[in-house]
Design a protein around this ligand. Sequence first.
Ligand code: ADP
Ligand code: MG
Length: 427
Amino acid sequence: MSVRYRNFQPVDTDALLVLWEKARGAGFEPVYSLAEVLASCNSDHAIVAYEDHAILGIAVGRVAHEQGWVVLLAVDDSHRGKGIGGRLLGELEIDMAKSGITKLSMLVSDNGQSGVLEKSGFQNFKHLKYFEREVSVSERERELLKNLGGRVLARDLWDKIAGMKNEKELLERRLVLPLADSKLAEEFGVEPPRAIVLFGPPGTGKTTFAKAVASRLDWPFIEFFPSRLGEDSNGVAGGLRDVFTAVNELENVVVFIDEVEEIASKRKGDPPSPTQGVTNELLKLIPNFREKPGRLLVVATNYIRALDDAFLRHGRFDYVIPIGLPDAEARHSIWARYIPSSAEGTIDLDELVVRSAGFSPADIEYAARKASQRALEQSVYESKGATKNSSTTKTEHYLWAIGDTRQTVSDEDIEEFGQDIERLGRL
Ligand SMILES: Nc1ncnc2c1ncn2[C@@H]1O[C@H](COP(=O)(O)OP(=O)(O)O)[C@@H](O)[C@H]1O
Ligand SMILES: [Mg+2]
């Protein structure tokens, strides 16, 4: 009997699976998934080699405009070295040429089938590397996100957070680690968090961290402000419900509620305040939200002590995390982040760090901008002839800006924050 070749037929599927499994066993690293290969078998191009009724090999291809791609080439171990692979490629090429391809390519792993390819006239581009990434949000989800005002954030937000080492490390460990690798978490019996509170004085980076976590996880981010959901309490409660219902449709998402004290402050006396209905609605929605994995609710507040006690009770939020003022090291990084590269190395950063004690990241950002603006104006309008001013921002500009910037967070705020951490923080 001699080996013969024909087009793939659905009855060959079992044989394909066997070849696939054997190849896997022998250390073959597929570039295309089995699902992709099966899809191509059924709707693109596929050739099998057979003898009697046994399938000995298979080549599968897919056309992308003028370029054809071999998505699988597999020959049974017991029939290697008989030229079956080369012949399969040849037959596949003939079949695919009908679709108008001018080039046939194949991606193989480092330890892959380069021998048969080179013998079959394929050129090995040694300098090429293969990269891939997953598309994080499907087209349907994109539509939904758009309606919710959500979006997929840039991927580098996490790295852009300057300093704040302790906060970053805490969030990395408690949130990112179990959420990004829920399988691993499960092996250790860790239930990934579903909801957290970030609290701290204004401008310390709560919003920044919420976004950075989404960016780090590569999950879409939906932010909403209670104050913008509607004037009457029915509108707000309804708005909340709508958001949480719609979010159910997303595979992964970070939902962020900023200024949550607006809708979840302490219940006050009789008659109940108009926001009471909204607080109750949110309290009802959270347990539902917690049921499905792959999602994280982050709420942020500047006034945690104003929040309803029921809101913070165990079972709703996994962590209640303080985000405080940056220490010296963090201020150093934050300053460095806002100093233009033209001035790098010429600024007395240590002095800025000392002088800006008590500044929030937002205060530093503000002062840095002010310094740059001042330096720009001086350079353009105040330089005279030979005594031309420096063409970049200098330490003196920064010191002036620091002196001219009021720190947002008062000593009293800091003291209260300390008490809040003691009483309400949960790490
Ligand atoms: N660690 C940081 N590094 C650099 N800039 C920061 C950092 N944290 C906050 N900022 C900047 O400070 C400003 C206020 O931060 P934000 O996250 O809105 O604070 P919050 O939500 O706590 O009020 C933003 O413009 C942000 O870009
Ligand atoms: Mg904020």
